[in-house]
Every structure is written in structure tokens, then in C-alpha cells.
Design a protein around this ligand. Structure first.
Ligand code: WTA
Length: 648
């Protein structure tokens, strides 16, 4: 497996933080960063205790951290409420009239919520949930597009101690059903449809399909957004405009213990079943609050825009909770970046005077392809800071981002983190740390990353290895929902006592980290982390398919593209029509973003003697390379030759 993480990068450009940025920054020099970092490691209780005290607790914590690997507990004895910290705290402090959320719909409609308004809407929604029987600890699925009501629904759950599980609106019925059932959700909040490139994504229809086999769900709340025709089942389905809009706007935040579950977010793992990553209240609150504060260096007058979808962790931590906990003004945009024209993002930045912009490398590569003319047409001089997340950013895309979008003046924060980590783990603090294109630079406070070899020993500088984290941090996942053993197995068994990220990385001579991507059977397609096993199991469920293996191959635009190797049942002919059918089948079952880019039929797949499909070999084949890795465990070498003959 080590061959997967050999580093080929020779990047050596270095950019100091602009002096005028550092002067105004919260952390304005490398020395200050180092002092704070050292304290966070040597005295974690003191450091994190002080950060926690910047937030509101009904009862202050009695202890800071307890670490009994793999179980961490933070801020025990404390009771708090995340919605209270995101809303009431600011309203009470007199900032009720400050804009909390500025929403722009794809059709161009704009809605603004002050902190006081967002609080009232959250209270109404919380009351509606209660009336429909939801109480603390119950699971609520939120399956919506990018509308402010999605954020309001999350905050409403947090307010009453219900556990939300947001399912990305790009998932289709089967993926929704599996997640709803795994969480045992009692209620689903959805909408008639979502706007995407001028078309309606029919969300309610997918919910109806899923609900034919989700026994735990008692009610749904349906927001009208696109006004497409939908079927409402009396007694089960309720209009948002009735149950929410008519509810009282008064609802006290429920004090919950620090370790009270906040949300479940499903993410891909190496087996077919997605993992329900569980985050709890206090630690997640402290982690997202403090990372937003220092990494985005927020100022009171910032207009902060994170382009992620609320269905992914970035939307949770850096559209909703982190910015609101910091009393920021966050922008939320509903639709596609190229609708109606490829300059939509730049138009949004210019019109709303966005100052901090956080997006993904896959988007940046698409922008490059669409051409410089689009950004150049707009005045983006309001921008002062740029961010990147989701996958490694290639140095050329980084340089383009800096020059064309940032006008050469904005620092770039390349933020490495995961659904499991809850908050940013490595990133340059923009006023303090010199950047190198393609490197997420140095760890955030309290984070102890290490690069290790497969036997767990420390790698040398510049030697590629596995990225692990040595100490617990406040916003780390607490378990996999309903499966402690899988939690331990996945994250803490490969290198006992240390958290294994699943990423390959190296650390250079300056101590900078360069993350190279996943080393497991997980692919990162256009910033969507997909477990290949989940796609394989959908393929195998097709009546014509005997066996399937899905791998990633490098793709200029999407980071990775999906290639499916499929063996058919006897008597089934391998036709182009079937190829299309299978790709459509995956799109229909999981979502369009999981549609394989290529399907290759094979008489057999390469396997080890124990019957495990050798995906590494298939990955090499899919990338057009000669299989160079170890083939000695291959059961039948002729299989490989046959596959190579099939090269497109
Ligand atoms: C990858 C998204 C390099 C990495 C927040 C990680 C990155 C996975 C970066 C998590 C980055 C994310 N540089 N790789 N700045 N950010 N990744 O759970 O492989 O959707 O393990 O969380 O994305 O994806 P997830």
C-alpha cells in the first residue's frame, strides 16, 4: 500500500502573509501562533478551558478533557445549548439587528435574516417539531436543498436537544432510506423541490419513495420552494407554512450536557454501509467556534461565504455553526455556480461585497476551465481572504485562485479536515503563517498530526506515509452511530491509540504538511467523498450484474473519476446500452454525482487467494498505468492480462 502515497510534488514557492493583513489579524505572527500552539499541547486543559469560557454555559464544565482511547469526553459537568450560543447569546448582547444569514436563491430572490429573526424562526420550528412529538434525543432527518430553512431546521433540533441528520439533497431514495433507517429517524424535514440549474430536483418525491420502507418515520414537514406538484399524505405530511409559520416564536433553549449528541452525519467508509459519524454538543461547539474565529480571522463587518452544501460537514461547521457562533454575517447561495452564466459566483461576490470566500478545489478547476473572462468582468475588490477545502488543491489551481480571484492580495487558507474531525485540523492562520501552494501547512491549536510508516514508526521528513492524529481534540467524532466496534476498528485499530485519518501525507523540511489523498477504498469525486463499496453494492443489485469493483482514476476536473469494472451474469450480453443502463441505475439509486464515468465489462476480476478483489490493480489499470504493484497474491494472473487487452 505504501506505493499509493509516494510524493511527487516539488513545489517550493512561499508566500508570506501580506503585512497589511497581519497588522489587523487576530494572530499576526508566527511567534504568536507558536506560543499559543505550544500552550495548547502542553496545557490543553488551560487552553481549551479558556476557549470554552468564551461561550455560554448554563452550568460551567467541571473538567476539560477525559481521554480513554478511543473514547474522549470534553467539558463534562457543563450544560449548554448550541442554538443558544449561535442566536440568543448575540441577541442578548444587543446584536439582534445584525444580519446573520443572507440568502440568495438560484432564481435571484434574496432574503435576509437578522439574528433576532433567525432566533424567532428557529423557535417556531422547534415548537413545530415538539408538536409533532419530537423530544430530546430523537433523530430528525433534514433532506433539503440550500435554503435558509435547512439551517433553521438544524438550529431548531439543537435548541430542543433533538439529533439532526442532514442528508445531502443530491442523494436519491435508496440512499435516503438506508440513512433514515440506520438513524431510526422519527421525522423528516424536506421540501417540494430544490432549484438546480433552472430545473427542479424533486426532493419530496424521493422521500415518498424512501418512506415505503422507513417504519420509524411518523411525520414529515414539507417546505414549498419550487411549487412542483407533490402528494401530501394526510396525517403524515405537514406543510411548513402551517406547522411552522403558525407556531409561537417563543421557545426556551433546552440546556443539554456537553456530551449530548448534536448530530449524525453519514460518510463513506470502506464497506457498503455508510457510517453515521456522531458529534456531540460541547466539544463540537468549541471546535467550530475557535477554528472559524482564527482561520477565517473574522471581523465584525465581514460578509463570509462558504459555497459548500449543508448536506456535507463543511456546511454544518462553516455555514451554520462556526459563523453563527462567531456572530458573523454568512451568505448562503442556493444554486449552481454556472447558472444562468458561468460568472454567477463572481456576480454574487460583487453584489454582496463578500470579504471571505471558502470553496473547493473541484470548483476552482471548473472556474479555470470556464475562463478568466468571467471573474475579470466583476469587481471583486471586497475579497480579503480565500479558503479551500475538500481535497488536495494542485499548485497551479492554487496560483490561479490567488491571482485571478484574490487579485494577488488575499491569503489562501487551505484547510485540511474531515467529517470525523468536525472542525479544521490543519490550515495556515492567514496573518501568521507563510503559505506554499498545495500545502495545508501547520496544525491548528491542540492538533498533533504525525506521518507514520505502515508499522507505526515515524516517517522521515519528505517520506510519504499515513496521517494519524495523536491527541484527542474537542470536535472529534465520538462514535459511529449504533456501532462502537466499527468506530474502534475504523479509526483506532490500524495504529492503536492513535486516530487514523485514512489519508496519505508527508511533512516537508519546514514541518509543513502535504496531504495526498485517501489510501483506503474511498474516492473523492468533485469533493464528494464516496465509498466505492456503496456503489458496488448498488451495481450488484442490478439483475444483470454478477460482480463489480469500483475504483477512482485521476480526473483533471473532478479530482477523481469513477471507473466500474463489472462482470455480467451468464447469458447477458455486454452492450453499450447496458453500460448506459447501469450508469443510470447507480445515478437513480445513489444520486447523479455517483454516476460512474466509465464502465468496463470483464469476464473476471483480479482477486487474492482469499477472494478479496484487488482494487489497487484495478486502480492502476483504470489510470492507464501498467500494474506495477505486487501481483504475487493474485489468484489467477491471466485475469489481469484479459483486463489489459480490454483497455479503451
Ligand atoms: C480530503 C471534508 C487535502 C481528505 C471537510 C479527507 C483534503 C477527506 C483537504 C475528508 C485538504 C479535505 N487537502 N485533502 N485541504 N480537505 N480533504 O469527510 O482526503 O467530506 O480525508 O470532509 O477529504 O472528506 P470529508
Amino acid at each position: 500500500m505504501t506505493s499509493a502515497i509516494v510524493s511527487v510534488s516539488k513545489e517550493s514557492r512561499l508566500f508570506d502573509p501580506p503585512a497589511e493583513f497581519s497588522v489587523r489579524a487576530k494572530i499576526g505572527s508566527r511567534e504568536v501562533y507558536e506560543g499559543m500552539y505550544r500552550r495548547s499541547i502542553e496545557d490543553p486543559d488551560g487552553f481549551w478551558g479558556e476557549v470554552a469560557a468564551e461561550l455560554y454555559w448554563f452550568d460551567p464544565p467541571k473538567t476539560v478533557r477525559q481521554w480513554d482511547p478511543p473514547k474522549a469526553r470534553w467539558f463534562e459537568g457543563g450544560t449548554t445549548n448550541l442554538a443558544y450560543n449561535c442566536l440568543d447569546r448575540h441577541v442578548t448582547a444587543g446584536a439582534g439587528e445584525k444580519r446573520a444569514l443572507v440568502f440568495e436563491g438560484e432564481p435571484g430572490d434574496i432574503r435576509t435574516f437578522t439574528y433576532a429573526e433567525l432566533l424567532r424562526e428557529t423557535c417556531r420550528t422547534a415548537n413545530a417539531l415538539r408538536r409533532l412529538g419530537v423530544s430530546a434525543g430523537d433523530r430528525v432527518v433534514i433532506y433539503m436543498g440550500m435554503v435558509p430553512e435547512a439551517a433553521i431546521a438544524m438550529l431548531a433540533c439543537a435548541r430542543i436537544g433533538a439529533i439532526h441528520s442532514v442528508i445531502f439533497g443530491g442523494f436519491a431514495a435508496d440512499a435516503v432510506r438506508d440513512r433514515v433507517n440506520d438513524a431510526g429517524a422519527k421525522l423528516i424535514i424536506t421540501q417540494d423541490g430544490a432549484w438546480r440549474r433552472g430545473k427542479v430536483v424533486p426532493l419530496k418525491e424521493q422521500v415518498d419513495r424512501a418512506l415505503t420502507s422507513c417504519p420509524s418515520v411518523e411525520h414529515t414537514i414539507v417546505l414549498r420552494r419550487t411549487h412542483n406538484e407533490i402528494v401530501m399524505q394526510p396525517g403524515r405530511d405537514h406543510e411548513w407554512s402551517v406547522v411552522v409559520d403558525r407556531a409561537s416564536d417563543q421557545c426556551d433553549a433546552v440546556p443539554v450536557t456537553s456530551e449530548h449528541p448534536l448530530f449524525i452525519l453519514y460518510t463513506s467508509g470502506t464497506t457498503g454501509k455508510p457510517k453515521g459519524v456522531l458529534h456531540t454538543t460541547g466539544g463540537y461547539m468549541v471546535g467550530t467556534y475557535v477554528t472559524t474565529k482564527y482561520v477565517f480571522d473574522l471581523r465584525d463587518d465581514d460578509i463570509y461565504w462558504c459555497t459548500a452544501d449543508v448536506g456535507w460537514v463543511t456546511g454544518h461547521s462553516y455555514i451554520v455553526y462556526g459563523p453563527l457562533a462567531n456572530r458573523a454575517t454568512a451568505l448562503m447561495y442556493e444554486g449552481a455556480p454556472n447558472y444562468p452564466e458561468p460568472d454567477r459566483f463572481w456576480d454574487v461576490i460583487a453584489r454582496h461585497k463578500v470579504t471571505v470566500f471558502y470553496t473547493a478545489p473541484t470548483a476552482i478547476r471548473a472556474f479555470i476551465r470556464w475562463g478568466d473572462a468571467h471573474p475579470r468582468r466583476h469587481d471583486m475588490s471586497s475579497l480579503r481572504l480565500l479558503g479551500s477545502v475538500g481535497e488536495p488543491i494542485n499548485p497551479e489551481a492554487w496560483m490561479w485562485y490567488r491571482d485571478v480571484i484574490g487579485g494577488g492580495r488575499c491569503p489562501i487558507v487551505d484547510t485540511w479536515w474531515q467529517t470525523e474531525t468536525g472542525a479544521i485540523m490543519m490550515a495556515p492562520l492567514p496573518g501568521a503563517i507563510a503559505t506554499k501552494p498545495g500545502s495545508c501547512t501547520l496544525p491548528f491549536f491542540g492538533v498533533v498530526p504525525k506521518i507514520v510508516r505502515h508499522d507505526g514508526s515515524d516517517a522521515e521528513p519528505n517520506e510519504g506515509g499515513y496521517l494519524v492524529i495523536e491527541q484527542p481534540w474537542p470536535s472529534m467524532l465520538r462514535t459511529v452511530w449504533g456501532d462502537d466496534e466499527r468506530f474502534r476498528q475504523t479509526y483506532f485499530s490500524r495504529f492503536p491509540g492513535r486516530y487514523f485519518t485514512g489519508d496519505g501525507a508527508r511533512r516537508d523540511n519546514d514541518g509543513y504538511f502535504w496531504v495526498m489523498g485517501r489510501v483506503d477504498d474511498v474516492v473523492n469525486v468533485a469533493g464528494h467523498r464516496l465509498g466505492t463499496a456503496e456503489i458496488e453494492s448498488v451495481l450488484v443489485a442490478h439483475p444483470n450484474v454478477a460482480e463489480a469493483a469500483v475504483v477512482g482514476r485521476p480526473d483533471e476536473l473532478k479530482g477523481q473519476a469513477l471507473v466500474a469494472f463489472v462482470t455480467l451474469k451468464a447469458d447477458v450480453n455486454a452492450t453499450d446500452e447496458l453500460r448506459e443502463q447501469l450508469a443510470d441505475h447507480v445515478a437513480a439509486e445513489i444520486g447523479k454525482f455517483a454516476r460512474p464515468d466509465a464502465i468496463r465489462f470483464a469476464d473476471a476480476l483480479p482477486k487474492t487467494r482469499s477472494g478479496k478483489i484487488m482494487r489497487r490493480l484495478l486502480g492502476e489499470l483504470a489510470s492507464g498505468q501498467a500494474p506495477k504493484g505486487d501481483t504475487t497474491t493474485l489468484e489467477d494472473i491471466s485475469v489481469l492480462a484479459a483486463l489489459r487487452d480490454d483497455d479503451e
